[in-house]
Ligand binder design. Structure first.
Ligand code: ZN
Ligand code: ZN
Ligand code: FE
Length: 760
């Protein structure tokens, strides 16, 4: 029998996920003595005992870590035998330079949900029940290491009962930092017009009754406030839309359980796994015919509904199917139009006054506001659309080491990214950096991440667009702190982000299909239909879609009819009044637009595919004016006939994909009275076809067969699925986003990757 000691250092997501109790129990099982401790770089363990038991211990830890833990590295070193009297959990140790990832927030677990509805349980119907396997994490963390005094639970003094569980190594709540019970923890209350109408259980019942009565509620949840109402009450929805000034933009829906969602939507296995995961994102689902009314009210002109399940005990209590409570609730981020989500009690009452009739409040402070995450399913895989709660601040694990770099992101759907070692901490979804409130929330989030993960950037990477607030932020920090900055082309950043996510670790190039709405090009034009040959370091713009003008500049984004006119004129098509956009515009408007195009007044050039989708949407009469971003393209996709596989003619000449013949063919079909659903499908097929054709040309020239798809256009499921099919058919290896969204939320990671390689 040989005896030894062994020191194990674990890095990764190992705090706030029940790691220490797990280690404690494993050590007891194997009759080992020693200690375990959280440090600011992870978890340190020393074990002492028989070599064979030590080996079993480490093998088990590697193979079967606690379910929510993610081990990124585990190092083992043996030392001479020096036994301890028992196995203990030591206090956390913090060292100034270390850092570690922090667990995202975790949806309520099965055990806690069971206790929540168990009348003899101490925490029966307690809206803040949690354990080491579930509950708030990132949204309550002020500092690392993740221990109660460093969270917003610091001011809640544990009662004897909770304290006993907290210190009992075999209890599920052993060292559960947000542990609480009705006697010692946070509480809820309901208020309206400054008057508290009820507390605790009564508050929840008032909220349910008010919602049933058609009122609009502001509900404080995990990462901020939601606005809630009965999703099938037309008056309530109309009121909410009117108050929020949001005429068509879809609302997220919450139902008590998966069975209820199944009544309304088709749920694939992948979608069900996502819905019931510990992250509980909103998942875009295909509605069943029964959902007609719901679709009309909550996602007009769309072909999917966004559903999620209750992810906190409070949500479960609210949606409990009893007393004829509406089974589907709208749960939309509580904010004024495009401002960040409200998350503080007083601020909410200030800001949401005109939106909500009553407030369900609680007194557990939120230290970091965060929106709900959104997923689609493409290619039978989870496909991120918005990455926030449940996912951030999980780092993207990179294929190589980096230096500390800050990527400041783009304009819309902004995120930022901080890198260190093999980690890229891509922030949660911040929003559109177009107003002061969002900018403030962006700046404070950057500070918070820099502190939490102890990253002092030595380079700042930003977009090339000089007017983006994220670019100006980079200029400002350069001016104040002398940190050098690197400007990264938008579409290059898209492809670099995709490569990093897909663990691309070589200097070789890939083909990049970088399709989106807007990105600043080095030639001063607005890019957006770019086929690149790109490595991390550099890119060549091998093909582009032909330039057309954007009459009125940004106005053309809000008015797809303007883009339709531009494309018609560019293709030399006569502006006949039988064409829907011509019919839609007044003759005066049409005159101005023509004047802008012909004289190049306020008419920047663009190769954007986003704008091309807008133009076609208007051209076939689907949408001439939008009231939320991407609406025209989303509606164009929604009507596309999945049984249609034909295409339109389109030409590739030198390095330009020429859309003119495509536009002519669409107009011909229109005049023949072809159905919009057919035209839409043929248009989608054409874009996917010509993209693959261009890839084939590049493959012949260079031998490259990896194709990275990035940019907001790839949120389009129809286009993406068909393009992936065709790419595979022709022997390409497509790379798609799976961690970050393909939209501009991925730009910050790409900026960091490019800056890293250009800086070296
Ligand atoms: Zn739990
Ligand atoms: Zn307690
Ligand atoms: Fe983009």
């Amino acid at each position: 029998m040989s005896l030894q000691n062994c020191i194990i250092q674990v890095t990764g997501i190992v705090q706030g996920v029940g790691f220490r109790p797990f280690v404690y129990n494993l050590a007891l099982q194997k009759s080992l003595t020693g200690w375990v401790r959280n440090t600011s770089h992870g978890v340190d363990i020393e074990i002492s005992g028989e070599t064979s038991q030590i080996e079993q211990f480490t093998a088990h830890l590697k193979q079967f870590p606690p379910p929510l833990a993610q081990i990124h590295n585990l190092s083992i070193s043996f030392t001479p035998y020096n036994p301890y009297s028992k196995f203990e959990i030591y206090f956390s140790r913090d060292s100034e330079t270390d850092f570690l990832p922090i667990s995202p927030d975790i949806s309520i677990c099965k055990d806690c949900a069971k206790e929540l509805f168990d009348p003899i349980n101490q925490r029966y119907r307690y809206p803040f029940i949690n354990c080491t396997n579930c509950g708030p994490r990132f949204t309550i963390t002020n500092h690392i290491p993740y221990d109660r005094p460093n969270t917003s639970m610091v001011n809640f003094q544990m009662c004897e009962f909770c304290e006993k569980e907290y210190h009992d190594p075999v209890n599920r709540r052993f060292h559960a930092q947000p542990i609480a019970c009705p006697n010692c923890g946070p509480k809820v209350w309901f208020e309206a017009n400054g008057v508290t109408l009820g507390e605790k259980e009564k508050a929840i019942q008032i909220a349910r009754q008010w919602l049933k009565d058609g009122k609009i509620l502001a509900i404080k949840g995990l990462g901020g406030f939601h606005l809630a109402c009965d999703a099938q009450n037309k008056t309530a929805i109309d009121t909410l839309r009117q108050r929020k000034n949001r005429s068509d933009k879809p609302f997220a829906l919450m139902a008590f359980d998966i069975a209820t969602i199944k009544k309304y939507c088709e749920i694939s296995d992948v979608a069900e796994t996502l819905l019931t995961s510990s992250q509980s994102p909103i998942v875009l689902l295909k509605p069943k015919p029964i959902s007609g009314v719901l679709l009309n009210l909550c996602a007009p002109h769309q072909n999917h509904l966004g559903f999620f399940l209750p992810y906190t005990p409070l949500h479960l209590l609210l949606l409990e199917p009893e007393n004829e409570i509406p089974e589907i609730w709208v749960m939309t981020s509580a904010n004024m139009s495009e401002e960040p989500i409200a998350y503080q009690n007083e601020q909410a009452i200030d800001q949401l006054g005109i939106l909500a009739d009553g407030y369900l409040m609680h007194d557990r402070p939120i230290t970091m506001r965060i929106d709900d995450s959104v997923f689609s399913v493409i290619d039978n895989l989870p496909y991120p659309i918005r990455r926030a709660r449940g996912f951030a601040p999980n780092p993207v694990l990179l294929p190589f080491d980096t230096s500390p770099i800050l990527g400041t992101g783009a304009l819309l759907k902004n995120t930022f990214c901080l890198s260190r070692d093999r980690y890229a901490f891509v922030s949660h979804y911040i929003g559109d950096l177009e107003n002061f409130e969002t900018l403030q929330s962006y700046q404070s989030a950057i500070n918070h991440y820099e502190n939490l993960f102890r990253i002092k950037p030595n380079v700042i990477a930003c977009d090339m667009h000089p007017d983006y607030l994220s670019t100006r932020y980079a200029y400002d920090r350069h001016a104040q702190e002398k940190i050098p900055f690197i400007e990264v082309q938008h579409h290059h950043a898209h492809i670099a982000a995709n490569m990093a996510e897909n663990q691309w670790d070589s200097k070789e190039s890939v083909i990049g299909l970088s399709y989106d709405g807007t990105g600043f090009g080095p030639d001063g034009n607005i890019w957006g239909g770019e086929i690149l040959i790109a490595s991390y370091q550099s890119f060549e713009r091998r093909f582009q879609f032909n330039y057309v003008t954007m009459p009125g500049g940004d106005l053309a984004i809000k008015f797809p009819a303007r883009m339709a006119i531009s494309h018609l004129i560019s293709a030399g098509i006569e502006l006949e009044s039988c064409l829907p956009p011509i019919n839609f515009l007044t003759s005066h408007e049409l005159e101005i637009i023509q004047h802008q195009i012909n004289n190049g007044i306020n008419a920047p050039m663009t190769s954007s595919i986003g704008r091309l989708f807008d133009a076609v949407s208007s051209l076939i009469g689907q949408r001439h004016i939008i009231n939320y971003e991407g609406q025209a393209a989303i509606e164009l996709e929604a009507i596309a006939d999945e049984k249609e596989f034909n295409t339109y003619p389109i030409e590739i000449y030198r390095n330009v994909i020429n859309i003119k013949s495509l536009m002519k063919a669409i107009v011909n079909d229109l005049k023949k009275g072809e159905k919009p659903s057919t035209i839409s499908a043929k248009f989608h097929n054409t874009i996917s076809d010509v993209s693959v054709q261009a890839c084939q040309i590049i493959k012949i020239e260079t031998g490259i067969k990896h194709v990275a798809l990035s940019g907001g256009v790839w949120q389009n499921k129809f286009l993406t699925s068909r393009t992936l099919d065709k790419l595979r058919q022709f022997g390409f290896v497509p790379l798609i986003h799976q961690i970050l969204p393909p939209n501009d939320s991925c730009i910050s990671l790409g900026q960091v990757m490019v800056a890293l390689h250009q800086n070296n």
